[in-house]
Every structure is written in C-alpha cells, then in structure tokens.
Ligand binder design. Sequence first.
Ligand SMILES: [Cu+2]
Length: 509
Amino acid sequence: MRRLNRRQFLTLTTSSAATLLLARCAESQPQAQANFNAESSTLSRELSNVRSPRIVKFDLEAQPSSVTLGDRTANLFTYNGQVPGPQLEARPGDAVRIRFTNRLSEPTNLHYHGLHIPPTGTADNVYLNIGSGQTFDYEFTLPTDHPAGTFFYHPHFHGRVADQVFRGLGGIFVVRGDLDEIPEVKAAQEEFVFLKDFEIDPNGQVPNPNPMQIMQGREGSLVTVNGKENPIFSLQTGGLLRLRMINASTSRFYRLALENHPLHLIATDAGAIAAPVELQEILLSPGERAEVLVQGNQPAGEYRLLNLPYDRGMMGMMGQGSMRGMGSMRGMGRMSGNASQTTPQVLATIQYSGSTAPLPLPQQLLPVAELPQPATSRRIELSMGMGGMGMGRSGMGMGMAFLLDGKSYDHDRVDATVQLDTVEEWEIVNTGPMAMDHPFHLHINSFQVISRNGQPEPYVAWKDTVLVRANETVRIRVPFRNYAGKTVYHCHIFDHEDQGMMATIAMQA
Ligand SMILES: [Cu+2]
C-alpha cells in the first residue's frame, strides 16, 4: 500500500487514473490523507482523525467501457471505468457530495440503496432524469444516528434499470460507524463480496434478453465476485474473516455456503443485529446484503464459497406450478438461471494463510430497537397476470403483467400515503397461480420482518429488502421517520420492476 498526501492525491484524480475512485478529502479536513490500495484500485479516506461535520466528495461517471471480465473483454456500462464501481465510504453525520456525470447515450440516475436520506431534491431522488452528457450534483447528509452497514448504489431510471444494471452498473456504499468499532469485528479481516452476474457474447457484447428471460428476470452465466471469477480471500489460522456480501445482480439469487465453515451473521441489510447468529447457509435475493464472520478454525487449506442450487419458482410461471422443484424439469438451460443449476457453483475461494492467536467471536453486537405497535396496517399484493393492460414496457415479457395491488406502476399515481413518525405493519402477499419469488424493496426507511406465513422471525433485524416467496405472506413493520416526500417500493428483480411491479408511497409530515 502506498500513501498519498493531499497534493499527490489531487494530482492523481486529474491524471489518467480516471478508473480510480475520485474521492477528495473533506473540505473541513485539509490535512486528511487518503489511502491508495493498488490491488483493489479503490481509494478510501483515512478515518482515524475524524472531526465532524465532514464533507466527503466523490466523482462518478457512468460511461461505456471495455472491461476485462474473466477470460474476455466485455463492452459494459461502468462507473469510472470500473466493475464494480468505486467504493464510496462515509460516516454518520457526513455531508456527501457526489458529482455525477452521465456519459452513456441514454438517461440514467442514481439510487442509494438502503440509505436513510431524503427521497427528494439532490438526495435519493429516483425521479431524476439525468440525460446523456449531463452532470448532476447529488448532495445529502447522513443523519448522525445512521446505522453503519453495507449499502450500494445503482441506476433507478424506470424502464432502463434491468438493462443498465445487467450491463455492469453498481457499486458499494459503506457507512462506517459503531459496528466497525466493536473490538472483535475490528480485529477481523474485512472483505467485500459484490455479487454480480453477466452475459457476454463472443464479440464482447451484452446480448439483449429474449421475452422469456425478461419475464423470469435475466440472469447471466458469468458469475463474478468484485468483478472477478473465483477470487481468493485469505484467512489466518485462528483469525476472523468479515465477509460483507451484497447481491447487486439484476435477477440472480445466491444461496451462499462456505465449505466446512458456518457463517456467523452479524449484520443484515441495514446494519448490525443484536448478537451473532450461526448459519449454515444464507440466501440473498437481489438487493439483499449480509455480513458474516468466518472463523479460521479448520485445517489449513482451501475452502470454496458456494452458490447452492435454488429454484425461485420460475416453473410456476409456465402454468406448471405442480412441477416446481422437480429436478427433471430443470433442463431449460441458461434462461432459467440457477433454477437450472443442479450443482453448486464456486463463487470464491477462502485460502488459509499464516496464523494468529485465536480471535474470539463477539458475544454481543448492537441493540436492535423494538418497534411499537403499528398505528396502521396495510396489505400489499404482488401478482402477475396475463395480458398487457397498462404495462410499462409494451408486452416485452411475453405478455405478462407484473403488478402491485393489481396495478402496473404509474408515475402519476400515489398508491400509499403514510404519516411520518408512525409505524405501519405491512402484510405482503405473493399470490396467484403463476406466482414466483419476488424480493420486496422499500426505499428510504428500513423495516423489521415480523413473520413469514405466520411463523415469527427467529431474530430481529433491520432490512430494506425481503424475499417474499411464491404463495408466501410476509409481515413487516416500518417506522416512517424524518423525511417527507414521495418514493417507491418495488420488486427487486429489476426486470419485474421495469415491467411495472413498483408503486409510489407519499410520506407526509
Ligand atoms: Cu419480481
């Protein structure tokens, strides 16, 4: 690792190193230094001499780029030439300024997935249309009580989201804070696992999906972690590895397991849980995140991080619901995504290297606030229907309509009005003869899952995306806090969102 002073740093940002994170030090901290990590090509600011309030600045450019992916060169959409985009980091209380330039030939914008910031103006405003060639200054301040956690950014321009994400757009947004200061967590080796699949044709192009793929949610056969095929993470004997996993894929699910090692869950979408939970596997649907600790307590060697087979219910879409889960029906090839996958897929390798005095797991993490009884309850129905009535993208998905409460997304309609400073309970129902799994995502405010099909959740956690399986009912409790304005909730299979499975919520002061 090479350390740069501010002058060198600014020189770097104006040089040809446009592929690096163009992060400048806080205006309020002219003495601050930045670290340059040559291996990961990211810059992150030094966080040790923090004074608040700070201003953190980033430059992001969405652009078509030629990127090496696996064993080939791919023509993708990138932020700053990188896949994934540069890693952005801030702390609670920071004022964040992101100068965003669109060098694509189509409109786009940015969504800060999971951040609790305003849905309006220059913050997490998904209604912005940043045209080709335009620059927009995003500016927002993280609340001082914002949870530390693993968040991410990606485009949210309705109708183009699946395509832009599948072409490569997305990056990590880390909020550093109290979770990172827990001694056992701090002692762990930190690695990010940014999960994203691609489809690249022999000419290096991303092929257009067929109607069946759009209906099911497009998946690519090249599965990457941090833009790499099967990267290696090292783990000391006796050590702890903190894996911060993000499903940034358009539609692909990941059922994650590490050979011979349980995963000790310490954080979900929107921050820490109260105490570690030992799991043998974790299912991440698109938009979900999980942080786990792995103990280096096995014989030294290599262990594979696996994506186990999972059927997200796509057979049901064929009107053959009874065949769901039958192995013999899984021979549909790539268009069925990992429903067709019958053997584990290797995502990354954990390699033992060196040793240390055994590091303990934390006993406690951070308290998760208990929510009061809800003032209002609401039922939200996810469904699909035949026929193109009101479809956003004119029958692209084989004439299927993707609906919330029986309706296709309409920019001019408000579907739910809520009062700030109240807690609501939402019953999310995934129903219909052709039901498939839909990950449900709400912007701006995180929630707690209360039950699934009447079964209480085993532990309390903050989520912003929850998987609602086919024919399942999930109850969540949402506190609406701080920010008035309109935003959206939607299915996080971006093809479904683009096809209308999205609705508008107005939060009133
Ligand atoms: Cu969906």
